[in-house]
Design a protein around this ligand. Structure first.
Ligand code: HEM
Length: 535
């Protein structure tokens, strides 16, 4: 029987070791006599320290700082003309959702109001498995070739020698005298995202007051094999709220956890954040004629040509009881898809399909899908067995596929029967995808049209001035004139007036536009990329 010294926590639980045995002296280590060394027999102490030593799991290599909550997604509009996905045909159906929002570049202790895109990840627990939306709060991204991602991210991480972040590194990824010169200047396809990032959209007011975008093109299928290209938009019903540069900077010092706190308190007080989910669609025929490549993540689809169509609503109404278990251990992946929803051949998306489960196996272990927050609500039936931290062993179900033992062995639910669909591919259109791929690394005049429209048509004078000042605050710290002039030439290719204003704001001389090919001059075949032949 426990003595009266046993620790009682507020829920009445008795303090125990990890094997459940009550402990009489929680704060004492066993030692030999009054001043002797500790005893190896003291399991409680070893249990305590050894577990503490292992408390940390690797933080996410990107998107380390975040906040999350639970809620639901409800289908409000029938999508059956677009897809045979069961959920999207079930108006009124609600599925449980877990959301995690994040900054991208900083460590898990970095400020929530840093200028950065925000991650916008949602896990939907559907009756046909988990469907993850691993989105950002910007409709476009910096790159369209995934090989650039680690380079680009490294320019925002700490310098290998000084262990400092360096403004030059963001705009430059190599010494100015090297042939590589600078990152963003050498990769001008990033300019559309740079326009958004250095507007006040780059400093949202809280995680729950912003929109989310798939950015990538996906495909929604029907049982007959037909499909439409789609892009999802998750729009905050309260609008996209932002801070200006000064407000964001002030909060970074006074309350670096502003985003976590404001969302937690909003949900706790019953002020539940809500979003309306919309889809943009494009038929394969429309895609052939579209001005831009639909696999190009640096472009948006104009709403006037491809209107937003409402799909459903997202509500966050429940804070986690335990942040680590319910949010830190959440493992989102764009490859967690459900029947009739498929990825497009966007190379960045294709690379991400691999990267996320790969990082989850490293960060959480091979059985990451069995952790409570990640477990599908439907039984999982497959041939994966054992490994560290197996919680769901699938009982006595056969561990191999047998022609005489169908998966519905012993009448268990959750079989793979009916889960494998073989669809006819539309070969003509796949050819389009092959040709599209080869254009992706090439910069043409098309890359500057949408950024130019943003500068000259979408923004008002106040927004234009905010952009110039926000850029100047960061870009002004670049030391190398080669790097600086190269980037100014990218802005000049967007608009000479924009470039000149930035140059003036940082005390530099005006620079002429980067020479840019016409779209008709694009090199359509790159002989050294063998993959084209395999598409
Ligand atoms: C997180 C890779 C581009 C959205 C991550 C993580 C990796 C990664 C390794 C950490 C995941 C974890 O530890 O759980 C990549 C690669 C990319 C890429 C290789 C391009 C080649 C993008 C794009 C988007 C995006 C284009 C949005 C459209 C996110 C989000 C998270 C994330 C929202 C955080 C998920 C969470 O809260 O757990 N990415 N990423 N990423 N990424 Fe990406």
């Amino acid at each position: 029987m426990p003595s009266k010294q046993v620790f009682e926590s507020k829920d009445g639980a008795t303090y125990t070791t990890s094997n459940g045995a009550p402990v009489n002296e929680p704060y004492a280590a066993q030692r030999l006599g009054l001043h002797g060394p500790l005893l190896l027999q003291d399991f409680h102490h070893i249990d305590l320290i050894a577990h503490f030593d292992r408390e940390r799991i690797p933080e996410r290599v990107v998107h380390a700082k975040g906040a999350g909550a639970h809620g639901y997604f409800e289908v409000t509009h029938d999508m059956s003309d677009l897809t045979d996905n069961t959920l999207l045909k079930s108006v009124g159906k609600k599925v449980k959702a877990t959301a995690r929002f994040s900054t991208v570049g900083g460590e898990s202790g970095s400020p929530d109001t840093a200028r950065d895109p925000r991650g916008f990840a949602i896990k939907l627990k559907t009756d046909e498995g988990n469907w993850d939306w691993v989105f950002n709060n910007t409709p476009v991204f910096f790159i369209r070739d995934p090989s650039k991602f680690p380079h680009f991210i490294h320019t925002q991480k700490r310098d290998p020698q000084t262990h400092l972040k360096d403004a030059d590194a963001f705009w430059a990824n190599a010494p100015a005298d090297s042939s590589l010169q600078d990152y963003l200047g050498q990769n001008p396809e990033s300019i559309h995202q740079i326009m958004i990032l250095f507007s006040d959209r780059g400093t949202p007011n809280g995680y729950h007051n912003m929109h989310g975008y798939s950015g990538h093109t996906f495909k929604w299928f029907k049982a007959d094999g037909s499909f439409v290209y789609t892009q999802l938009h998750v729009r905050a019903n309260g609008g996209f709220k932002t801070f200006n540069n000064a407000e964001a900077g002030e909060l970074a010092g006074s309350n670096p956890d502003y985003g976590i706190q404001s969302m937690f308190e909003a949900i706790e007080s019953g002020n539940h954040p809500t979003w309306t989910v919309y889809v943009q669609t494009m038929t394969p025929e429309q895609a052939e004629k579209f001005r831009y490549n639909i696999l190009d993540l640096t472009k948006v689809w104009p709403h006037s040509e491809y209107p937003l169509r409402p799909v459903g609503k997202l509500v966050l109404n429940e804070n986690p009881q335990n942040y680590f278990a319910e949010i830190e251990q959440a493992a989102f992946s764009p490859s967690h898809l459900v029947p009739y929803i498929e990825p497009s051949a966007d190379p960045v998306l294709q690379s991400r399909l691999f990267s996320y489960p790969d990082t989850h196996r490293h960060r959480l272990g091979v059985n990451y899908q069995q952790l409570p927050v990640n477990q599908p609500i439907v039984p999982v039936a497959n041939f994966q067995r054992d490994g560290p931290a197996t919680y769901i062993s699938q009982g006595n179900r056969p561990n191999y596929q047998s022609s005489i033992q169908p998966l519905s062995y012993k009448g268990q639910k959750g079989t793979l029967e009916g889960g494998v669909r073989d669809r006819e591919r539309e070969l003509t259109h796949e050819n389009f995808i092959g040709a599209a791929f080869r254009d992706l690394s090439e910069i043409t005049e098309l890359d500057f049209e949408q950024p130019r429209a943003m500068w000259s048509k979408v923004w008002n004078d106040q927004q234009r001035e905010a952009y110039v000042q926000n850029v100047a605050g960061h870009f002004g710290a670049v030391k190398s004139s080669v790097v600086r002039d190269r980037q100014l030439s990218v802005w000049a290719a967007v608009d000479q007036g924009l470039s000149d204003r930035i140059a003036k704001a940082i005390g530099a001389s005006p620079v002429k536009p980067l020479p840019v090919k016409k779209a008709s001059e694009a090199v359509r075949f790159r002989a050294n990329i063998g993959i084209a032949a395999t598409l």
